[in-house]
Design a protein around this ligand. Structure first.
Ligand SMILES: NC(=O)c1ccc[n+]([C@@H]2O[C@H](COP(=O)([O-])OP(=O)(O)OC[C@H]3O[C@@H](n4cnc5c(N)ncnc54)[C@H](OP(=O)(O)O)[C@@H]3O)[C@@H](O)[C@H]2O)c1
Length: 279
């Protein structure tokens, strides 16, 4: 007798489709749910798509990029049905605290959080201010910790296990004083990565993923970006697909916690006076 595919399974790319034999013995369990912050575009969208291709239902968080978020939702849903958009300003603790409960109330569960959203504004030791530091720390560090805390509470209530992935930056292993407040916020998140892995075990694994120069910014011309991308021991820094595959690996590998995977073509091994990767 031929095997019958459910709509959920048939929507998953064959290479990522779970073996059907396991379903012969037990009832189908729903696809796991992951919240990806800042998933409307750029690296967040790539991560959301890679996870949807791997069978995850994706909660696509966005702030101002609503149209792009809806496109990410539609594209993820073609891979694994159920992707849903969630708006939230991560600078606002109240909105951060309500985000995971909203995702849980929609899906009935959440199994993982990818803290990808990030503010990235230029400052230096000379222009540093409390205001710039606080702005970066709220969105880039505080929000990620509160979401990890909320996932732990939820998984404890379910007696289930899950994972948090924090997007860091190779810059932490290759320090220079550019983007001073951004770098401090990521350094604090890297420290939180270790502490949360200890504090939230065994329910929640916590893994950092640190990209190198991956996508350009408005501060960099295409030519300059292409030239800088080659400036690493491997002759290429990271691609968005490399970063997304590493996030998926971190979620899939049940032994990883309290560590960070650098995905940068070895960029962190090179020392620059200024961090061109971020400009
Ligand atoms: N791109 C790179 O080459 C690179 C290199 C090293 C590390 N990283 C890290 O990788 C991650 C993704 O990088 P990226 O360049 O794709 O990020 P990005 O484009 O700079 O930002 C991603 C999203 O974060 C959201 N966001 C920012 N502040 C927010 C806030 N206060 N509340 C809610 N959402 C907020 C924005 O969503 P909306 O558009 O919806 O407002 C934005 O689209 C970041 O954590 C970054 O630090 C990236």
């Amino acid at each position: 007798m031929g095997e019958v595919l459910t709509p959920e399974l048939s929507a998953i790319a064959p290479a990522h489709r779970p073996s059907l034999s396991c379903y012969c013995m037990k009832p189908l369990s729903p696809a796991p749910v992951v919240l990806v912050t800042g998933a409307a575009k750029r690296l967040g969208r790539e991560i959301a798509l890679a996870l949807a291709a791997g069978g995850w239902r994706v909660a696509v968080h966005y702030r101002s990029s609503k149209e792009e978020a809806l496109k990410t939702v539609a594209d993820c849903s073609l891979l694994t049905p159920g992707a849903t958009p969630f708006h939230g300003e991560l600078d606002d603790e109240g909105q951060v605290r309500s985000l995971l409960p909203r995702v849980i109330s929609h899906f009935g569960q959440v199994d993982a959080v990818v803290n990808n959203a990030s503010i990235f504004e230029h400052d230096t030791a000379a222009s540093f201010s409390f205001a710039a530091l606080e702005k970066h720390m709220r969105s880039n560090t505080g929000a990620a910790i509160v979401l990890a805390q909320a996932l732990h509470e939820h998984l404890s209530a379910r007696q289930a296990h899950g994972a948090v992935v924090n997007l860091l930056d190779q810059k932490l292993w290759n320090q220079n004083p550019d983007f001073f407040s951004y770098t401090l916020s990521k350094a604090a998140l890297e420290a939180a990565n270790t502490m949360l892995a200890m504090a939230l075990a065994p329910r929640v694994r916590v893994v950092g993923v640190a990209p190198g120069l991956t996508l350009t910014s408005h501060l960099l011309s295409d030519e300059k970006f292409a030239a800088l991308h080659k400036l690493s021991p491997l002759g290429r820094s990271s691609s968005a697909a490399d970063v997304a595959a590493t996030v998926k690996f971190a979620l899939d590998n049940a032994s990883l916690t309290g560590t960070t995977l650098l995905v940068d073509g070895g960029q962190h091994l090179m020392k620059f006076e200024r961090d061109f990767s971020l400009m």
